[in-house]
Design a binder for this molecule. Structure first.
Ligand code: GLN
Length: 537
């Protein structure tokens, strides 16, 4: 473990969904603005090797890092808050831990020993935590332990925290996030669940240093003292985390509660400068005081669970604030959309985003939405499958290839305008086998894409198997859909646009993974701007 690296563990008690990710990201933001370099890691207790094979309904969006890891959506929050990219090492699952321990066992690395949860699994967890600290890049590593203390799945993680705390002493602290529920019948806030959850941690040998208490009402001094007394923490280490209007308020709330100060004291590190949150506050002001609002349709097939499109939603928040407007997303289920109702369903929206996705469900609805956007000059942004659908729509309705399709869905089409890359032909495994992570893209001069990015060379993150079929490129360009961005290594089409349309852009990559509070993504900013300026149909 790097001598100077400090470790902060964030555990959760009482219930799930208390927002450990947001608390971790907010604390990281504050420490970062005090002048520390910070990274955040998420340890997920499920057995999937990564969330890449999880249906979005199960676990929300799969977030992709620069180096091509398919990760938990909390990593998206970390990047959006910190404006620093994460990597493979920032998300570890039980599946990954067991996979490497079992691989080592098969290679005889344990020299005949019985392989056990303690020490082999816990050592592997420790190793994954130290990987980030040992890089020498970070003063502080914040490790969020997924799940709730007391779950069978998270036991090895809590045990690892116990060991590390013992080994590292003052280099290591534990923040426990709990709930202080309000009972409306008696009009009281209740501390018992917090007491019990701390007791549960203590039974596992871990004494938390700081308690962050989620609550709907303010915690008074008396109540904080009571929690402190019952849970062996200092009164100033009982931090209130009141329900916030937006997740972007949380760093400010945590600053007011002096969470970062208490953390610095407990870790014995200097406070350095006062956090400078000027740009953050400017963003918050613009976000909370929009000059107007605008409706943009988000067409997708997982819309019942809004977390499936987390990064897209957040990108619109960033881009809306940049445009001084509130983007009101109109969620449209692509399965319920067809040629007959598309006009009725999309009337009044000023922009249409067709979302990424896999498989055939809802694809014809996406194509209908794109046809509507193209024919009615409604600003359109297609992401990944959304871009592929735009290519299919153009083939069918402009080029006249009536059965044009993607080979993902129709292997017998006479016009496979989207096809499988040759490198993917022989891949049979599902997990981690797509074109993943950051790839370069060259943007052609004179295109809308170039106007938007104001750069020739960019890199963007990918997560897909299928690609634009270059055999058709000449026909598309002749008919008015141009390839404005190309991957220089494989000559792959990364961006398409229709120059005769006010704003029609499809991208094979996922711009939403790179939008942050400090750097709203230019494509989203330009799309929202177009939605504000292109006359309504
Ligand atoms: N299913 C498509 C492919 O694999 C698109 C993937 C996506 O939208 N992320 O190419």
């Amino acid at each position: 473990m790097g001598q100077s690296t400090k470790y902060i563990f964030v555990t959760g008690g009482v219930t799930s969904s208390l927002g450990k990710g947001i608390i971790s990201a907010s604390l990281a933001k504050l420490l970062q603005s005090r002048g520390y370099s910070v990274t955040i890691q998420k340890l997920d207790p499920y057995i999937n090797v990564d969330p890449g094979t999880l249906n979005p309904y199960e676990h929300g969006e799969c977030f992709v890092t620069e180096d091509g890891a398919e990760t938990d959506l909390d990593l998206g929050h970390y990047e959006r808050f910190l404006n620093v990219p994460t990597s493979q090492a920032n998300n570890v699952t039980t599946g990954k831990i067991y996979q490497s321990v079992i691989n080592k066992e098969r290679q005889g690395e344990y020299l005949g020993k019985t392989v056990q949860i303690i020490p082999h699994i816990t050592d592997e967890i420790k190793h994954r935590i130290k990987l980030l600290g040992n890089k020498g890049e970070y003063d502080v590593v914040i490790t969020e332990i997924g799940g709730t203390v007391g779950d069978i799945e998270s036991l090895p993680y809590v045990e690892t925290v116990r060991q590390l705390k013992w080994e590292q002493q003052s280099n290591c602290i534990v923040i426990h996030l709990t709930l202080v529920p309000y009972l409306s019948a008696s009009g009281e806030l209740k501390t018992k669940p917090t007491q019990h959850s701390v007791k549960q941690l203590l039974e596992l040998g871990v004494q938390p240093d700081i308690l962050v208490c989620r609550t709907e009402k303010h915690l008074g001094r008396e109540l904080r003292d009571k929690i402190a007394r019952f849970c062996n923490v200092s009164p100033q280490a009982v931090i209130e985390s009141i329900d916030a209007e937006t997740i972007y308020d949380v760093p400010i709330l945590m600053k007011n509660e002096e969470l970062d100060k208490v953390v610095c004291e407990k870790l014995n590190i200097p406070l350095k400068s006062e956090p400078d949150l000027t740009t953050w506050n400017e963003f918050l002001y613009r976000f909370k005081n929009p000059e107007g609002s605008i409706k943009i349709a988000l067409v997708g097939k997982y819309i019942e669970l809004k977390d499936s499109y987390k990064s897209i939603v957040e990108s619109f928040i960033h881009a809306g604030a940049a445009n001084h407007t509130k983007v009101k997303l109109v969620w449209i289920h692509s399965e319920n959309l067809n040629e007959d109702n598309v006009e009725e369903k999309l009337k009044g929206v000023r922009g249409i985003l067709v979302a990424p996705g896999f498989g055939s469900r809802g694809i014809e609805g996406k194509i209908s939405a794109i046809k509507y956007a193209r024919e009615n000059n409604v600003p359109f942004l297609g992401i990944c499958l959304g871009m592929q659908c735009a290519v299919i729509e153009f083939a069918r309705n402009v080029l006249g290839y009536k059965d044009a399709h993607t080979m993902e869905i129709d292997l017998n089409t006479t016009h496979p305008v989207i096809h499988l890359m040759s490198s993917q032909m022989n891949v049979t495994k599902k997990g981690g086998t797509m074109r993943l992570g950051a790839y370069p893209c060259d943007i052609k001069e004179g295109t809308k894409a170039r106007e938007i990015y104001r750069k020739e060379h960019i890199t963007e993150r990918h997560r897909h198997r299928y690609e634009f079929n270059n055999e058709y490129l000449a026909a598309y360009e002749k008919a008015g859909m141009v390839a404005s961005g190309i991957n220089p290594d494989g000559n792959l089409v990364e961006m398409v646009e229709i120059p005769s349309h006010p704003w029609f852009v499809g991208v094979q990559y996922h711009p939403e993974y790179k939008s942050t509070v400090l750097k709203p993504h230019p494509l989203f900013v330009s799309f929202v701007k177009a939605a504000l300026t292109v006359p309504e149909v």
